[in-house]
Write a protein that binds this ligand. Structure first.
Ligand code: SAH
Ligand code: SF4
Length: 409
């Protein structure tokens, strides 16, 4: 498989050109085509000599990925993308207030296994490399509108794929590449405390969102089993380090509101006590429906009572409603794999491996698009059916916002 051009730093590209004795200014031209103009191919780079275009094409791949499925709703377009390294992920373009946000996936599946999340029902098949993350962005941009914000709120836990996510963020903010303002990028984590601490020291002034979802460790363990080893107190102290390293910048805490589970007024009070004195913003998100759970969002009055109670306890709180629900592209609804279990012989990434930045090899056995012996396609995919015969190819997304404050509505 050819290396993807988005894998190369601007410096790497200059070195490659130097080795070929090309003129140095070619690097700037190529970067402008690749990142500024979203060039779909090297052939489109019309101010390059034909021989250089051919050499580039021989060495690298570039451009958007052909979606295996597209669903379009009023305010979101969701794409199912086959990944070059195997497996499929979903990414979403959210339209809000005249601006567009890209919601990107970091893994095929997720090892955290949150009880309320469609991706959590899949195991983690593999982590994406940084070029595969960038390719989602390029493909969403290829839909034709400029994208001003990026949220890492698609499939997967970004801090279980730390180095690739950080490399992708660096490419997004690099002035010689996409040149985005870091304040328009939000990295959302389930609360991997050591990686929050590491991220605080990266010098990347992006927004940080942490999915809290419970005010006490016992409830959080039930809802988010894969991150139970980090007590809330540890996560909050890691967040305080992030805020301190970024001039007091608040962290956004997401709280998915689930009827009869975490929506008592006592929970709001406990949240108030937890977050007092911590630079924060609290986003309360009524649960989006997900297959295979009986969980549901509270009624409207109960939701508002919770939010008002948060106000009473001096929380800086917003009620968010996810965009994209009608195209199954809303928070918690992204899912590409019809399997509920990892098939025999196909190891999934364990959390331990993920924490050590495990990069699974490109194992063709794991390529969900590889033909099986019976000629059918393996793995999941849009429209495929699970064992029950029910269509389970439910995606999910998460929304972003136009401004600095990450929004999912
Ligand atoms: N793994 C990361 C990023 C992806 S999940 C994380 O958990 O932060 C992004 C957001 O979607 C999280 O805030 C999560 O709490 C939210 N979410 C998951 N399932 C949801 C559902 N069914 N309804 C509403 N929000 C959901
Ligand atoms: Fe993974 Fe985030 Fe879904 Fe939890 S909410 S299962 S961490 S994607």
């Amino acid at each position: 498989m050819k290396q993807c051009l988005y894998d190369l730093s601007p410096n790497d590209l200059s070195n490659w050109l130097r080795e070929r004795e090309e003129k140095p200014f070619r690097a700037k031209q190529i970067l402008e085509w690749a990142y500024g103009k979203n060039a779909p191919s090297f052939a489109a780079m019309t101010n390059l000599p034909a021989a250089l275009r051919e050499a580039l094409d021989e060495a690298f791949s570039i451009g958007p990925i052909e979606p295996a499925a597209t669903s379009t709703g009023r305010d979101a377009t969701k794409l199912l993308l086959p990944m070059p390294g195997g497996g499929e992920v979903e990414c979403v373009r959210i339209h809000m207030g005249g601006t567009y946000t890209a919601c990107l996936s970091s893994q095929v599946g997720c090892a955290v296994g949150c009880a309320f999340c469609a991706t959590g029902q899949m195991r983690c098949e593999r982590s994406l490399d940084s070029a595969e993350i960038i390719q989602q962005f390029v493909t969403l941009r290829g839909l034709g509108e400029p994208i001003s914000n990026v949220v890492f709120m698609g499939m997967g836990e970004p801090f279980h794929n730390y180095s690739n996510v950080v490399a992708a963020v660096r490419r997004l903010v690099d002035r010689q590449a996409f040149g985005m303002s870091p304040s328009r990028i939000t990295v959302s984590t389930a609360g991997v405390a050591p990686m929050i601490r590491r991220y605080a020291q990266e010098g990347l002034a992006t927004e940080l969102a942490v999915s809290l979802n419970a005010p006490d460790d016992a409830l959080r363990r039930r809802l988010m089993p894969g991150v139970a080893r980090w007590p809330i107190a540890d996560i909050l102290s890691a967040c305080a380090e992030f805020s301190k390293a970024h001039g007091g910048q608040p962290v956004t805490f997401a709280y998915v509101l689930i009827d009869g589970v975490n929506d008592d007024l006592d929970h709001a009070k406990a949240l108030g006590e937890l977050l007092a004195g911590q630079p924060h913003h609290l986003n309360v998100i009524p649960l989006n429906p997900v297959a295979h759970t009986t969980m549901k969002a509270p009624e409207r009055d109960r939701t508002w009572a919770f939010v008002h109670h948060c106000h009473r306890y001096r929380l800086n709180v917003s009620l968010r409603r996810s965009k994209g629900a009608e195209s199954d592209a809303a928070c918690g609804q992204l899912r590409t794999n019809t399997r509920l279990e990892t098939p025999e012989g196909a190891p999934s990434i364990t959390e331990e491996e993920a924490l050590h930045d495990h990069q699974p090899g490109r194992n063709p056995r794991r390529d969900s698009r590889a033909p099986k012996a019976d000629g059918s396609r393996g793995g999941g995919g849009a429209g495929q059916r699970g064992r029950s015969g029910q269509d389970r190819s439910r995606p999910r997304h998460r929304g972003g916002g136009a401004g600095r404050r990450p929004r999912r509505d």
